[in-house]
Design a protein around this ligand. Structure first.
Ligand SMILES: Nc1ncnc2c1ncn2[C@@H]1O[C@H](COP(=O)(O)OP(=O)(O)OP(=O)(O)O)[C@@H](O)[C@H]1O
Length: 823
């Protein structure tokens, strides 16, 4: 059953589609269009002919089948019959509309004009037929030839009801409605067809004045008018053609210099619309010109407005130049190179040694059936790198596994195998030179690479195996972990770092916080305390040696970090460089607390010792600083002898991406520092591996001896200094709080209640929050926190973490304070 319904529904659809295809076919359209158009012509001819021959053909109408009877109609008996049907029996003279409509329908189909338009024409046509037939019936006193049977019968039907007058009114109304709807004829449109009285006057006066003008001025006026005419969009195209013709006639006129009378003729030829329109324009122009001439203008010359630099910072920079942070110590002189010792650093290539090493390498490898296709040596200050290209098909891991065997056969310490050398595709074997050269700090500092570096905190650490100075940016490091067994060159390494900064950075640009539990390594830097060091307020020594002070200093640095972040936030910048640049450009107001921020380099020697004595108290602020301080210019350098996992914990390691490993005693230590072996293969005495990310670089650390550091610090220390060392924010430690907890209610700060509300709302017990919200100094905020603790609103000190807030909401707080008063 369902099958049947399917075929039933699809068949008509298919037929419909086929029909549509047929109709839309262009060939079909052409044939149909042509047929209808010709039918229109056929009917029109026969209709016209009918009016002349209808009387003669009257008898033939009933004898259509008789061949002997011939009709007078131009299109024969068929024409006579159809015409009789449409004219006499139909619409009379109005029937002529039918062939006309047919002709245009055919043309429309040929030209693919939308069907909608054809239907519209027919609607109007049929309406016109009936209306015209009725009108003609009325006018011709019901003549059937003129009005047709339809026209006569409609008259017969309507007159008894409407009377002739009523019929006339309805017919006229029909015609007017037709004109209004079809041609959009409105009263305004009709009005616009007739020239205004004024315009007529103007035309007259124009003609009079034109006669007075010389031919030349007349020509100009006409040209003007023509131009005006051109501008006007409302004038039809037809008149435009007249205009062009006019221009041509004007040119002709110039050539022949005809007398005025002949020219006038030309002028009169110009379409009245131009005349009319242009004269109006001219009149308007003249009027305006007259008005303008009559009016006298009092000209008041405006004073040149004083230009003021809307941007205050630009003005300040213009007047005073960019802010120069070094101005306070304007005469500061950087240490000179001659303070550093020079060594003979010329690398002498010992050909015998090279040959012997090469032979040993080749022999050793051949013992393990590893063929070498190529070998190349690069001689460095302490190490020579042999680059090997093994025969095809040799597995790299095989060579790597033979590391110890090769070292044994070369009978040398510190052999390191790099398989493959990153980016080179060769295998490297580093062999220590028999005679090693010292890399002097002098040569590292003097190197072009260091001197011309544009880094924020450039450090010349030493020289690479290819004898190039190794310079890196501590600001990008951004924190450095330094480890190595005792006596391997850590202290020298730290000195090299500090010396690099002393040679490149002005005291205004960098400050050091030095932590030296051994008390001897960094003491020399005491001399530059007021130039380069930062310390806690009210402390004697800038170099921190005892553990409690270290905890305070670290926490103080955390506060400094928070304060700096606030400054950065207020200045709407992302890092210290942008902040300082903005400050130098005088775009930050010092009255709002803004100031030039120096970089702070925190150096901690013997970190293991600190961790052992202070543990978490040290680890937490260090981890916090390491995590957050990079953007605000606090950089950490942590050195340790014992790189065990309980010293260099995961959290610290994760935040110290730059690692420097001097020689360590075991592979495990090497892995702890570098996440890779290799540091155990170093030869000591400043031989180090530098890692930032994945690549390991072997560097011979620049050697800077204690007397050299002394000379440098003396040199700087002897110069004019700041009144005091750079002050770190005050930090009130845990131990100080216990005694002050029983603070009398009457001694409370005026802002106590406000502070309590702030803390309770934020549910965060930190002094820095109070500093920010209540715009207080650190000391006052700290005291407020103490008072809040005494009142039981916040919990005790918890290291760098914010204190716990013990009151949950404002109602509880109100109750607590009310109880206090009652007691
Ligand atoms: N870059 C270097 N070039 C040449 N010799 C060096 C270099 N670095 C260190 N040395 C030598 O190694 C010795 C020990 O160096 P340093 O005092 O820096 O070791 P350390 O690792 O700090 O030891 P400790 O941890 O015991 O303090 C130096 O006195 C010096 O002779």
């Amino acid at each position: 059953m369902p099958k049947k319904t399917n075929t039933k529904t699809t068949k008509p659809n298919q037929r419909k589609e086929k029909f549509q295809e047929f109709v839309q076919n262009r060939q079909t359209q052409t044939v149909v269009g042509l047929f209808i158009a010709l039918l229109g012509i056929f009917l029109f001819t026969s209709f016209i002919s009918f009016f002349f021959s209808w009387q003669q053909d009257q008898s033939t109408l009933s004898q259509l089948g008789d061949k002997t009877v011939v009709a007078k109609n131009l299109l024969g008996k068929v024409g006579a019959n159809i015409s009789h049907f449409f004219i006499y029996n139909g619409f009379g003279v109005a029937a002529l509309l039918i062939p006309i409509l047919l002709f245009f329908t055919g043309v429309y189909i040929l030209l693919k004009i939308p069907v909608k338009k054809i239907v519209k024409s027919w609607n109007w046509g049929i309406l016109g037929l009936i209306w015209t037939a009725t009108t003609l019936g009325f006018l011709s006193s019901k003549n059937a030839l003129i009005a047709g049977v339809v026209g006569v019968e409609l008259n017969n039907f309507l007159i008894p009801y409407l009377a002739p007058f009523g019929l006339i009114i309805i017919l006229i109304f029909g015609y007017i409605s037709y004109l209004v709807i079809r041609f959009k004829i409105t009263p305004e449109k009709i009005k616009s067809w007739f020239p205004k009285k004024e315009d007529l006057k103007n035309i007259k006066s124009d003609l009079v004045t034109d006669e007075e003008e010389t031919p030349k001025t007349k020509k100009q006026t006409i040209e003007k008018e023509v131009l005006l005419k051109k501008e006007d969009e409302t004038i039809s195209e037809k008149t435009n053609t007249v205009v062009t013709e006019k221009i041509i006639s004007l040119d002709e006129f110039e050539e022949t210099e005809k007398p005025l009378s002949s020219f006038e003729l030309n002028v009169k030829d110009v379409s009245p619309t131009i005349q009319n329109h242009s004269s109006i324009k001219k009149e308007e122009q003249q009027k305006e010109q007259k008005k303008t001439e009559d009016l006298k203008i009092a000209v008041e010359t405006s004073k040149k407005e004083e230009t003021s630099t809307s941007n205050l910072s630009d003005k300040l920079v213009k007047d005073f130049g960019e802010f120069d942070p070094t101005l306070d110590l304007g005469n500061f002189k950087f240490p000179t190179l001659n303070l550093l010792r020079e060594f003979d650093e010329s690398i002498s290539v010992d050909a015998e040694e090279l040959e012997a090493n090469k032979n040993r390498i080749v022999d050793t490898l051949s013992n393990y059936k590893i063929g070498i296709a190529q070998i190349k040596a690069t001689v460095g200050p302490t190490i020579t790198l042999y680059e090997i290209v093994p025969d095809a098909g040799i597995r790299i891991s095989k060579i790597k596994n033979l590391e110890d065997d090769i070292a044994l056969s070369l009978s040398a310490l510190g052999i390191r195998i790099i398989a493959p050398i990153p980016g080179k595709g060769t295998i490297g074997i580093e062999v220590p030179n028999k005679k090693s050269n010292i890399v002097s700090m002098n040569s590292a500092i003097a190197s072009k690479k260091f001197q011309e570096s544009k880094m924020e905190l450039p450090i010349a650490l030493g020289k690479t195996i290819s004898n190039e100075t190794f310079v890196f940016d501590l600001a990008k490091a951004p924190h450095m972990l330094m480890a190595g067994a005792t006596g391997q060159g850590k202290s020298v390494g730290l000195n090299a770092v500090l010396t690099s900064l002393l040679y490149k950075k002005h005291p205004a640009e960098v400050k050091f916080v030095l932590v030296d539990p051994k008390k001897v390594e960094l003491t020399l830097f005491n001399k530059i305390e007021r130039h380069y060091l930062a310390k806690l307020p009210d402390t004697d020594d800038a170099i921190i040696t005892d553990t409690t002070k270290v905890v305070h200093t670290l926490n103080s640095l955390c506060i400094e970090m928070d304060n700096r972040y606030d400054l950065l936030k207020n200045a709407m910048v992302r890092n210290i460089k942008e902040y300082n640049d903005k400050f130098k450009a005088r775009k930050l107001n010092p009255n709002d607390g803004h100031m030039f921020l120096p970089y702070i380099v925190l150096v901690i020697d013997e970190f293991a010792d600190l961790i052992m004595t202070a543990g978490k108290e040290v680890e937490t602020p260090i981890a916090r600083l390491a995590q957050l301080a990079r953007a605000i210019g606090i950089h950490l350098i942590v050195a340790t002898q014992r790189p065990s996992v309980n010293v260099i914990t995961g959290i610290i390691k994760a935040n110290f991406p730059t690692r420097v490993a001097f020689r360590v005693t075991s592979k495990i230590d090497s892995r702890t520092i570098l996440d890779a072996p290799g540091a155990d293969q170093l030869i000591g005495r400043g031989d180090l591996l530098y890692s930032s990310g994945n690549d390991l670089t072997r560097v011979q650390c620049a050697f800077v001896d204690t007397p050299e550091v002394e000379k440098i610090t003396d040199f700087i220390g002897s110069q004019r200094a700041y009144p005091e060392a750079y002050q770190l924010p005050e930090y009130v430690g845990e131990e100080g709080n216990g005694t002050e907890l029983d603070i009398d209610i009457s001694d409370r700060d005026k802002l106590f209640n406000q502070a309590a509300e702030t803390i309770v709302i934020a549910q965060q017990g930190s002094a820095s929050l109070l500093q920010r919200k209540l715009k207080l100094g650190y000391n006052r905020a700290g005291r407020l926190i103490d008072q809040l603790e005494a009142a039981g609103i916040v919990g005790p000190f918890e290291g760098s973490k914010a204190r716990q807030v013990l009151v949950t909401d404002l109602t509880a707080l109100e109750q607590l304070l009310a109880n206090e008063k009652n007691n």
